[in-house]
Design a protein around this ligand. Sequence first.
Ligand SMILES: C[S@@+](CC[C@H](N)C(=O)[O-])C[C@H]1O[C@@H](n2cnc3c(N)ncnc32)[C@H](O)[C@@H]1O
Length: 227
Amino acid sequence: MQTMNSPSPQSPLTSLGDGRLVASAALNNEEPIAAVLERVLNPGHHVLELASGTGQHIAAFAKRFPEVTWTPSDRDDVRLTSIEAWRRHASQPGLQSALRLDVSATWDVAPASRDVVLAINLIHLIPMNAVVHLFAECRRVLRFGGCILLYAPMRDGTEFFSEGNVDFDATLSRANPDLGLRDIGTLVDIAARLGFDGHERIQMPANNHMLKLRLPSPTTPHDIARL
Ligand SMILES: C[S@@+](CC[C@H](N)C(=O)[O-])C[C@H]1O[C@@H](n2cnc3c(N)ncnc32)[C@H](O)[C@@H]1O
């Protein structure tokens, strides 16, 4: 095993020597995130993961939920190579090749083609205008009844849930004032303006949160006329 510098300063990566990289944070949160997925996913669902990183999460989830189709993505070449290595290693028919996808640009993903868009530890690392764009793209690619699942350290207004989160927020905003832990209420409001509702906020280990935002099915002729 060899430790290498990650292109993103916050996550040192370990190489397994066959192209696969490992991030220790991803080992720690895999199980609690899988427990949420267990409640959300149904056979036949199609999940798009944004910012898949090493690919270890999606490879594990594809093994655990083999009746679901999984599309990983990232914008970074080092990560895309690792995702491909994890995909080969997992050898799961439901795990597709990774898309090169920058969440702040237009996504090469068909409209209304996914049931879940999953983003683990991303939204505090992209500017707020990219978060808004991400929600708009989710609105476009999700089927009605689908949802966005955002896992990250978040805040509730000015409440940060831990000293570590306060420090992390300060480090991020020193590097770029547009980055930092996101306020759950603000995320819910932005999503609501795009038609998402029925949000669920789940407390996760190590002072993280999972925010689920649902795209409801149109129920009235008025709703349908607005599509
Ligand atoms: C902290 S890592 C999280 C990776 C993975 N989700 C995990 O939890 O292990 C952040 C990831 O976001 C990706 N990323 C950052 N900005 C991005 C963007 N604008 N579009 C797509 N991916 C991005 C990085 O390449 C990196 O893989």
